[in-house]
Write a protein that binds this ligand. Sequence first.
Ligand code: AMP
Length: 385
Amino acid sequence: MAIPVPEIARILDTYPTTPAVGAVGSHSAIDIADGAVAEGLTSVVLTETGRDRTYAQYFRTLRDASGARRRGCVDEVWEYPKFAAVTSPESQERLRGRGVLLVPNRAFSSYVPLDAIEREFRVPIVGSRTMLRIEERTERENYYRLLEAAGIPAPRAIASPDAIDRLAIVKLPHARRRLERGFFTAASPEEFRAKSARLIERGTITAPDLAAARIEEYVLGPVFNFNFFFSPLVPRSEGLELLGVDERRESNLDGLVRLPAAQQLELSESDRIPEYLVVGHGTLTLRESILEDVFRIGEKFVEAARARYPPGILGPFCLQTCLDRDGRPSVFDVAARIGGGTNVHLALGHPYGNALYREPMSTGRRIALEIRRAAADGRLKEIVT
Ligand code: AMP
């Protein structure tokens, strides 16, 4: 069973009045650190040996003789031999002693075992501890269930390879890089069999993963990742905010689509297979007449999360969508925590976040603002689990 929320609330009682903001050093840690210091809080980044220089050197806070910040936003770097050691008893004691509120990012939920996060990690998490697990497609209680319960449009699931009757995407992990994707597309059962056999032969995917793969309708349209924020500190009608929208750059998939068709056809067989390795992000805005649809989906998500995973979603979350030919969003993935693309509005804010706050408002800054407001009003217990 996950650590009960009241137990975390009791831990908070031992915290200093001004807590520090912590994140595992990867994914969106720079946004989190930048936001923390923009709001006058201390940032702590938990790094793994060998992956620490971005934070320990290049974004590290440097101060002048008077102590004023001269450069950088990562105030403290704590190095671990492996990310998973973040939940060791000594580490937890240090985090609590320093008053760290941990902001979960994808690096935290993929490198630290979910069981340890849910059952052993007695450090307050800004967000929903139990919802981190719904991202795992192989879990029984995954995000597809939540989307269905919420009545949120999602790409139609295809029951088996033999049922493929239109362009479909097959979702399974990469054979070697287990946290990455071994996705492929197929428009018929024959194409599914031929392509999967070649991918198994190349060592890109494995047969057991293929047997458990999710097959769904491929939505032909642009990807919009909606970076929302939900605050329980304000009246419900003001709780949901859309801070910004990002899109992804995916390794050779993006390289492929930048080539004219004639050149694509001249590529070798192996170069023609797209890899969905996310390597960066760009920023987007949405046609205004579609915004209301997107808010409706966000509201449904908040309500369904509250009913199924009390106290529900707290703080940032990201709904990843494809827009179909009629401009209707279909949610194909969910992050019940800060999304992977929020560095697009790092330090600058995003047009939507800025329009709401009348000053630069990134996701990282919005999280820190929530912490500061909650701390000032003695309501920190309402934003952590
Ligand atoms: P995911 O791992 O679910 O976040 O998906 C990775 C990438 O696969 C996305 O960024 C999209 O480019 C693509 N994708 C996933 N699902 C679909 C879908 N149903 N239709 C079209 N593209 C998709």
